[in-house]
Ligand binder design. Structure first.
Ligand code: UDP
Length: 267
């Protein structure tokens, strides 16, 4: 299947292949999981299938509120068609509650709600371990322009607001997450769009009622049950059939206008 296609890039959790048309790529989701800058490696069975589905869902809903994204359409269980972008080499981390590296760096207790949402930037460089960088450093080394940083920070806040509500509605607290952006060139001008993926690999998601972790921290901390946790997120988002396989979700949009205009059934 993939052997005929030209591989453009292989990352830790995904492979990018040349797409069917210029300016497109196929994003393939692997089951491979890494943590602590790839010092810990493993697999989470079925993760690629679930993350493909969750990321499709989140990117589609973000597009509905006007966030431009690279997502075009899902092709099959593990692949989606996306727009080719020039990746901006910055990881954007949005935090609502203290966890992970923030707790280590500043000695704050995990689970402490933050007085307000924090946005942090890390320079994407595996050899350096994706170091924390300031906006001044981003500007100084020209990793992103001032205008791009304004677009990125305002989109990050909108994405966070939307996702906090989306997850709260299914009993999940959005603790923090990582997103990446890319440039699309049109002559000398470029647009900043959301790229990469949004899935439990790059989000911290805690069950509101029990505090249980439903994300990659299960793998990072050897808590077990990572497959079930990822499935649970997909299930609550309405993306799994009863047998826990990611099926086609019935698309109501084609039926909505008909439903609206049809008379109410009489008893
Ligand atoms: N994150 C990620 N990739 C990275 C670093 C962080 O997806 O290379 C996500 C991580 O899953 C968490 C958030 O960004 O949801 C904040 O991560 P943090 O800085 O606390 O780093 P960590 O503790 O994961 O090393």
């Amino acid at each position: 299947m993939s052997s005929r296609r030209r591989q453009v890039y292989e990352g830790k959790a995904k492979i990018l292949y040349e797409g069917p048309e210029p300016g497109t790529l196929i994003q393939y989701f692997k089951d491979d999981a890494t943590a602590f800058n790839a010092q810990k490696k493993g697999t989470i069975n079925g993760k690629g299938v679930i993350n493909n589905r969750i990321s499709e869902h989140v990117f589609t809903r973000l597009a509905h509120i006007g966030i431009p994204t690279h997502f075009i359409r899902r092709l099959n269980m593990r692949e989606q068609l996306v727009r080719q972008v020039e990746i901006i080499p910055i990881e954007v981390i949005v935090r609502n509650v203290a966890a992970g590296s923030l707790t280590k760096r500043l000695g704050i207790e995990e689970g402490e709600p933050l007085p307000h949402t924090l946005i942090e930037y890390c320079y994407k460089d595996d050899a350096l371990g994706d170091p924390f960088v300031s906006e001044e450093e981003i500007a100084c080394f020209n990793w992103a322009s001032h205008e791009e940083m304004q677009d990125i920070s305002s989109m990050a806040i909108r994405i966070n607001d939307f996702m906090c509500g989306m997850f709260a509605a299914i009993g999940i607290r959005l603790i923090d997450f990582k997103i990446e952006f890319g440039r699309i060139w049109d002559g000398d001008f470029s647009r900043t769009i959301l790229a990469d993926e949004i899935s439990p690999d790059g989000c911290r998601l805690w069950d509101i009622a029990t505090g249980e972790k439903l994300d990659k921290d299960r793998f990072r901390r050897d808590l077990g049950g990572e497959e079930q946790a990822y499935q649970e997120v997909a299930r609550r988002l309405g993306l799994l059939q009863d047998d826990n396989t990611p099926g086609e979700v019935f698309d109501m949009s084609a039926h909505r206008s008909r439903l609206r205009t049809s008379p109410k059934p009489k008893k």
